[in-house]
Design a protein around this ligand. Structure first.
Ligand code: GTP
Ligand code: MG
Length: 652
């Protein structure tokens, strides 16, 4: 790094606050920004989040911005990867983002911190948690689908947090794209969210994240993302932060490393921080813990680079506090006070996690005790802000509350992969007490888009689920239905929608209000075929059982008393014996199993199984198996315990 014709160290002061250059004393700004760990002044930092409805192209857009800003060398494996930020195994398998993640890129002499967020409604808490880290958002909207339920949710959160939005109309390469119309719809959305005049004057960019180009006017010809890069540095303000002595950091995310311990991520809201500085953690409940900053990281590309000091405005990770939580403040001294934290919406559903006490417990998994499960749940809520956990009167049963069944199913799936075994109950909705002590249940606003020919079936389904249709719109062969539906009725609806429309229906939903009890909604129309014996299922026995309904096991599967081996064609549960062998007579008939035709068994995914089971049933999730069972394995005990409708309340 040699001094060049660029502004000297002295003139750099014009950019705002003075700042030291991390490397050589005489390095110039424009050259030095290429150095790892370079300290940018606030005027050259931008902190943005990418927000949108599910699948509108956030992660693809982040890929494009990272690649076109030259973050990866051409020969680096990442340069050819897709959806780089979806780094978790489950994210890659499911094709969706689950956790919000940070990265950063350099554009001209700007350092842009960028947070990719999930678009699925169940992970809305991830969007809320990062809002205090950023100062602007790219609101991505699909040029064909237009704004959807989660577009409204994330935009509302961004406006509440005072973040400056840039609207990005994405996927303009799609055949059915209508970018102009979608832009109008976005404008309407801003109005309906009571945006100020200034917010209504939002900048917008059209783009195709997949093809890698952006433009400010549809008529323009563009082969790169340049117009979007320019819009980011022009319209997103520098960080809302204050230079000066001392420091204050609001923790927005946590990570762990066996070697470093807990790493707290957040924006430096004030001052500057150096490795070795004395610091305090201002906890949520008013406690103050003294400590020391042991390490500082900031983001460059996908990497976390260790730095010696960091300044107001940058997003950094710091170590030194083992008991810090999301929403708490780390500062140089207690007098600086805690920063306000953006509250997170409450959870709407709850499931039980219980110790596997079935006869096959411990055969697949190593982590099976109540202590194992509780410690794993405690670890989860340190970083997963929208989840809540609680112990119950039964030491072997815990409750886990969240925003949707998928959010909790993801946790169960992760636990299975880590070697845990756990019994999980059906999701139950969390009610709230009204002003006069009456029970109020969460009501969701549902948006469904279906082919016209499926309308009858879907309307009937919605009526069964106690939905109240509020609007219907026919356009071409499609119908858009808007309804108010109790959250209880929504459980399992997505699976029905996919089945009834052969995958063509799309839905999204949003919390609307707590409303009066909408009455009984039957969980499912069929009872269970429950095993009354233990052993190995035989084809002979299964052949007889399949007369009664649909099988869920195959010959050779281990079964036990109280396990669900199939779905009854009728409403009630019936005991069946799946392990019965054919009695051998002197007249030897054809060999066992020969000539028997068993129908394909009903194999449910974890998520589908969770919404399928009834209130008195569990999913037994182990690393290798998913089984369904009755909570009470003994038939006589079950008969005594009447099935009753129980209501769970928030914060019980
Ligand atoms: N035609 C077209 N497809 C795109 C474009 N951008 C993204 N896609 C596709 O849209 C799908 C979803 O993209 P993602 O980037 O995973 O969407 P996302 O918003 O990150 O999704 P979540 O994180 O799950 O909410 C993928 O199949 C992408 O290939 C685009 O500009 N044009
Ligand atoms: Mg994504």
């Amino acid at each position: 790094m040699r001094p060049g014709n660029h502004p000297s160290r002295r003139t750099r002061g014009f950019f705002g606050q003075c700042f030291p250059v991390a490397t050589e004393t005489w390095a110039c700004y424009l050259c030095a920004v290429d150095e790892p760990g370079f300290i940018y002044d606030m005027q050259h930092i931008r902190n943005i989040a990418i927000i949108a409805h599910v699948d509108h192209g956030k992660t693809t857009l982040v890929d494009c911005l990272l690649k076109q800003s030259g973050t990866f060398r051409a020969n680096e494996a990442k340069a050819s990867e897709e959806r780089i930020m979806d780094s978790m195994d489950l994210e890659r398998e499911k094709g969706i983002t689950i956790r919000a993640k940070n990265a950063a890129f350099k554009y001209k002499n700007f350092h842009v911190n960028i947070v990719d967020t999930p678009g699925h409604a169940d992970f809305g808490g991830e969007v809320e948690r990062i809002m205090n880290m950023i100062d602007g958002v790219l609101l991505v909207v699909d040029a064909a689908e237009g704004p959807q339920a989660q577009t409204r949710f994330v935009l509302r959160k961004a406006l509440e947090a005072g973040a400056k939005p840039i609207v990005v109309i994405n996927k303009i390469d799609r055949d059915n794209a209508n970018p102009k119309k979608v832009l109008d719809q976005v404008f309407e959305l801003f109005i309906s969210l009571n945006a100020t005049d200034e917010q209504l004057d939002f900048p917008f960019v059209y783009c195709s994240a997949k093809a890698g180009f952006a433009k400010t006017e549809l008529e323009h010809i563009s082969g790169t993302m340049e117009p979007l890069f320019d819009a980011i540095v022009k319209h997103i303000p520098p960080p809302r932060a204050k230079a000066g002595e001392g420091f204050q950091i609001l923790v927005a995310n946590l990570d762990y490393s066996d070697y470093l311990g807990r790493i707290a991520f957040g924006k430096i809201v004030e001052g500057k921080v150096k490795v070795g500085d004395a610091a305090v953690c201002l906890h949520g409940h008013g406690k103050v813990t003294p400590g020391k900053i042991t390490m500082i990281y900031h983001f460059e590309g996908l990497k976390r680079i260790e730095i010696e000091e960091a300044h107001a405005g940058d997003i950094v990770g710091i170590t030194g506090f083992e008991d810090v939580f999301i929403g708490e403040t780390i500062a140089d001294k207690p007098e600086r006070g805690a920063l306000p934290y953006i509250p997170i919406d409450p959870p709407t559903i709850q499931m039980e996690f219980a110790v596997n006490d079935g006869p096959l417990a411990g055969q697949d998994g190593k982590l099976v005790t109540a202590r194992h499960i509780w410690e794993r749940l405690e670890k989860e809520i340190r970083t997963n802000v929208a989840l809540r956990i609680a112990q119950t009167s039964d030491p072997k049963v815990f409750t886990v509350s969240g925003r949707g069944e998928m959010q909790i199913a993801i946790l169960v799936e992760q636990m299975r992969r880590e070697g845990y075994e756990v019994l999980v109950s059906r999701p139950e909705v969390l009610w709230k007490k009204g002003p006069n002590g009456e029970a109020l249940e969460p009501i969701e606003k549902l948006f469904v888009e279906i082919p016209q020919e499926n309308m009858g079936a879907i309307m009937e389904n919605l009526a069964f689920r106690k939905a109240e249709i509020t609007n219907m719109n026919h356009h071409g062969n499609q119908v858009t239905v808007e309804a108010l539906i109790p959250m209880r009725g929504l459980i399992g609806f997505e699976t029905d929608l996919v089945n009834q429309t052969r995958g063509l229906g799309v839905m999204s939903h949003l919390f609307h209000e707590y409303g009066p009890d909408r009455g009984e909604i039957a969980a499912r129309k069929n009872g269970s075929l429950v095993s009354m014996d233990s052993g190995e299922a035989t084809s002979y026995a299964l052949n007889m059982i399949q007369e009664r309904g649909r099988l869920m096991v195959v010959p050779g599967d281990a079964v036990y008393v109280g396990m669900i081996v199939g779905e009854n064609a009728r409403e009630n549960d019936i005991p069946v014996n799946p392990v019965k062998e054919k009695k051998l007579t002197n007249m030897r008939s054809q060999g066992e199993g020969k000539g028997i035709q068993l129908n394909a068994p009903l194999k449910l995914s974890l998520e589908r199984a969770l919404e399928y089971i009834d209130v008195d049933e569990y999913v037994e999730a182990t690393p290798k198996n998913l089984r369904l069972r009755k909570k009470l394995l003994d038939e006589n005990q079950r008969k005594r315990a009447e099935k009753s409708r129980s209501i769970r309340f928030l914060d019980n």
